[in-house]
Design a protein around this ligand. Structure first.
Ligand SMILES: NC(=O)c1ccc[n+]([C@@H]2O[C@H](COP(=O)([O-])OP(=O)(O)OC[C@H]3O[C@@H](n4cnc5c(N)ncnc54)[C@H](O)[C@@H]3O)[C@@H](O)[C@H]2O)c1
Ligand SMILES: O=C(O)C(=O)C[C@@H](O)[C@H](O)[C@H](O)COP(=O)(O)O
Ligand SMILES: [Zn+2]
Length: 368
């Protein structure tokens, strides 16, 4: 089993990664179960594929549970589902000292973490991520949120989990498209500051996609290490370090908004297209060699991911996409910083990007 500690000063927590860990979840969660009982938040798909094994493990450890099932998919990160979830927690007499369990992907983790933050002014929560995306990214770092009509993740809080339990075996039932979407966030860590990891991805993508256990374990552990290091350095995205994790997201979130947070474009797919766009825009501004941008797109495409507006099912003006971007939480004092790159593994925050130039670039991208 790998143990990676998120080294937040005064409140470190562990991320445990191990094949078959879910079968031991009951034992590991026993200290978190008040009166021998846990409140679990999950979704309808995870309820079918993962909850039975998880529940059996709780039962074996003598832990009872009550479960709340969200609808599966991005639509659940909404005000009505948040209200239903909070009402359910209150009806179950949740206490501040409780640890609510988020069993599912990034959607379940994001809304559960936010509900835990606001209910009774703050309860604890534990993340048991069941998608690749949530194992390598969303379960670690404490960003929690729902979407609002104005945009993605606009209502939320920083609220760190007490523990993260990752069992790579649960990915066996994950649909191939969802695996690809999570893979975009894996590749992101290589593109940010780890060119050797991007090389590893290029060499090992086939083994990884085929479910090779060593490749899975390496990709997950390396991603979690990177995320833990960056979060510990800048928990609340104040210094620019954590903003690096947003590579591809300013473009990507605009594409998600344009496709209505629907099955037309998953979050990870939006990030893939967003990273390809960020690299091509970096070439246009003279920061990045064309060959690096082409290498990034080729790799993402090998994973079946979109790297253009048309492949992301978006056919709209650059001006409209820039309007979505104006809701980005990185915007400050009228300036929207962009994550651009001097090359693979050389991402930086550019503070001088002219939004009319971004719109012109995106209009050119429409014919790609
Ligand atoms: N908080 C963060 O730091 C952070 C980071 C990245 C992404 N996110 C957010 O995460 C969300 C995307 O998360 P996601 O990609 O995990 O999507 P998701 O939570 O919607 O899960 C994807 C689909 O897979 C199903 N599923 C989950 N586990 C399964 C399993 N083991 N077997 C079969 N089916 C399974 C789910 O029911 C769902 O239909 C987005 O809202 C994004 O904004 C947050
Ligand atoms: O943890 C972070 O910081 C990230 O930016 C990780 C992203 O992959 C994730 O999608 C995050 O939710 C985006 O954050 P936001 O602040 O742009 O909503
Ligand atoms: Zn993301």
């Amino acid at each position: 089993m790998d143990r990676i500690t998120v080294g937040l000063e005064g409140r470190p927590y562990d991320v445990l990664i191990g094949q078959g860990l879910l079968a031991q979840a009951g034992e590991m969660l026993a200290p978190y179960a008040r009166g021998g009982r846990l409140l679990i938040v999950t979704d309808t798909q995870v309820g079918q594929h993962v909850l039975p094994l998880f529940a059996a493990s709780l039962q074996q450890a003598g832990i009872g549970y009550a479960a709340h099932l969200l609808p599966s998919g991005e639509g659940a990160k909404s005000w009505p589902e948040l209200e239903r979830l909070v009402d359910w927690l209150l009806s179950e007499h949740v206490e501040r000292s409780d640890h609510i369990v988020a069993l599912g992907g990034g959607v379940v983790g994001d809304i559960t973490g936010f509900a835990a933050h606001i209910v009774k002014r703050g309860c604890h929560f534990v993340q048991v991520p069941t998608t690749l995306l949530s194992q390598v990214d969303s379960s670690v770092g404490g960003k929690t949120a729902i979407n609002s009509a104005a945009g993605k993740n606009l209502v939320g809080a920083f609220h760190q989990p007490s523990l993260v339990l990752i069992d790579p075996d649960v990915l066996d039932t994950l649909p191939r498209r969802e695996l690809g979407a999570g893979y975009a966030e894996v590749v992101k860590y290589g593109l940010i500051d780890a060119p050797d990891f991007f090389d590893w991805c290029e060499t090992n993508i086939d083994a990884f996609m085929a479910g090779n256990p060593d490749a899975r374990r390496h990709a997950i552990a390396r991603s979690v290490e990177a995320k833990a290091r960056i979060v510990a350095a800048d928990e609340k995205e104040l210094t620019g370090t954590r903003a690096l994790l947003n590579l591809g997201h300013t473009f990507g979130h605009a594409l998600e908004a344009e496709t209505g947070y629907s099955d037309k474009l998953l979050h990870g797919e939006g990030v893939a297209a967003g990273m390809a766009l960020a690299f091509r825009y970096s070439v246009r501004r003279g920061h990045c060699p064309t060959s690096d941008a082409e290498r990034v797109s080729a790799h993402l495409e090998k994973a079946g991911l979109p790297t253009s507006l048309s492949a992301a099912n978006v056919d709209t003006s650059g001006e409209k996409l820039v309007e979505h971007m104006l809701h980005d939480k990185k915007k400050s004092g009228g300036t929207l910083p962009f994550l651009l790159a001097n090359g693979i593994g050389k991402t930086f925050l550019a503070m001088d990007v002219d939004l009319s130039d971004v719109a012109a670039f995106l209009n050119e991208e429409r014919s790609r």
